[in-house]
Design a protein around this ligand. Structure first.
Ligand code: ATP
Ligand code: MG
Ligand code: MG
Length: 355
């Protein structure tokens, strides 16, 4: 059978490998950390750094198609792999999603609303941008931030120098604060043939900068839901995207006046899509495998009312109580150390519609 190559060995790679196995495929995981949760379920592994070009070439030659489960794959790594095997999503999607400035500029060029933003490369530029956008505002590193790390909220009256010092001088973006009523994401897939299939909008709540709960249905007004799906499709098409994509968005306003603004693009399967394993006809992981292999996309239909809850840090210790709850689907990522803020597992409950 065919083998898919996955760059990155976290829980997303693990769930991708499980879905691939179900479709008769083998997975070969490439990751520098020998304790990666994806290794437990993979047919083959390479433990090497992402700049080890010899190891990357051998990995690519051992597989049929390559994908990744984190967006910080270095550009050179993607280039080396793509020289010998198809890489999905492609280098353009990766480059755009890695850099918050490129990402927001790209969305704005498509006519998709975002928070107002300015590029900031020095304390003086931050002071000027703050004068233009006003406070509150959020200063974020352009690259490498996740789970709310690498960002600082600037309150009215806070000095530019203080905020700038927080990020240690890394190239940054200043975003005007969006007074959102809710946060949602669109998880969708685009096939090699251009077919596009979105799941319904996911309603996401964060705690300490980390996704806490995802619920469906989100109950969005139909115009806002359409705008959200259209934005995700326009982004996927403009990137000539292949695979599952997630687009995080803010909902601004309520009822028929609600609108959406794009926050960030994840060029991969996404935490807010974990509910699809039990709650949709096709899981996001299977959908991604179908897309990168050039196979038909599956149905994204939802099977009930959904609540997906992350198990962060010590919350995983309650796993046996969770197992005792009827209808609770536990996913334990098998990570050895439950550090605070670390995603250790998740639990999904699918309730019958109308209950
Ligand atoms: P992730 O873990 O989803 O990749 P991240 O660290 O890359 O997150 P963002 O998604 O940009 O960071 O921001 C984290 C959270 O901070 C958002 O989900 C939202 O709650 C809040 N936030 C970010 N930007 C803004 C903004 N411009 N206005 C208001 N709230 C914001
Ligand atoms: Mg992010
Ligand atoms: Mg985010």
């Amino acid at each position: 059978g065919a083998t898919i190559g996955i760059l990155g060995g976290g829980q997303l790679g693990r769930m991708l490998a499980l879905a691939a196995a179900n479709l008769g495929l083998k997975s070969h995981i490439f990751c520098p950390d020998p304790h990666s949760p994806a290794f437990d379920v993979a047919a083959a592994r390479t433990v090497a750094e992402y700049d080890d070009e010899t190891a990357l070439r051998a990995f690519a030659e051992a597989v049929d198609v390559v994908t990744y489960e984190f967006e910080n794959v270095p550009a050179r790594t993607a280039e080396v792999v793509a020289a010998s095997r198809p890489l999905h999503p492609g280098a353009r999607a990766l480059a755009t999603a890695q850099d918050r400035l490129a990402e927001k500029t790209f969305a704005a060029e498509l006519g998709i609303p975002t928070a107002p933003f300015r590029a900031v490369a020095s304390e003086a530029e931050l002071a000027r941008a703050l004068g233009e956008l006003g406070a509150p505002a959020i200063l974020k590193t352009r690259r490498f931030g996740y789970d709310g790390k690498g960002q600082v909220r600037i309150e009215p009256g806070m000095a530019a120098g203080e905020a700038w010092a927080h990020l240690g001088g890394a190239p940054a973006i200043l975003e005007g604060f969006v007074a959102f009523s809710r946060e949602i994401s669109i998880v969708a897939a685009r096939g090699r043939d251009g077919a596009f299939a979105a799941y319904e909008p996911c309603w996401n709540e964060h705690r300490n900068g980390i996704l806490d709960v995802t619920r469906l249905p989100a109950g969005l007004p139909s115009a806002a839901e359409r705008a959200a799906v259209d934005a995700a499709q326009a982004i996927a098409e403009a990137l000539d995207y292949v695979g599952v994509i997630a687009v995080e968005m803010f909902v601004v306003g309520e009822g028929e006046r609600a609108s959406v603004a794009v926050n960030e693009i994840a060029p991969r399967v996404h935490n807010s899509g974990h509910w699809t394993i039990e709650g949709a006809e096709t899981s996001q992981f299977e959908q991604h495998v179908r897309a990168i292999c050039g196979w038909p996309l599956g149905s994204t239909a939802r099977r009930g009312r959904i609540e997906m809850r992350n198990l962060i840090g010590a919350e995983i210790e309650a796993w046996s109580e969770i197992l005792a709850q009827p209808g609770a689907h536990l996913h334990h990522y098998g990570k050895a150390k439950a550090r605070p803020g670390r995603k250790m597992g998740h639990v999904t409950v699918v309730a019958p519609e109308g209950t």
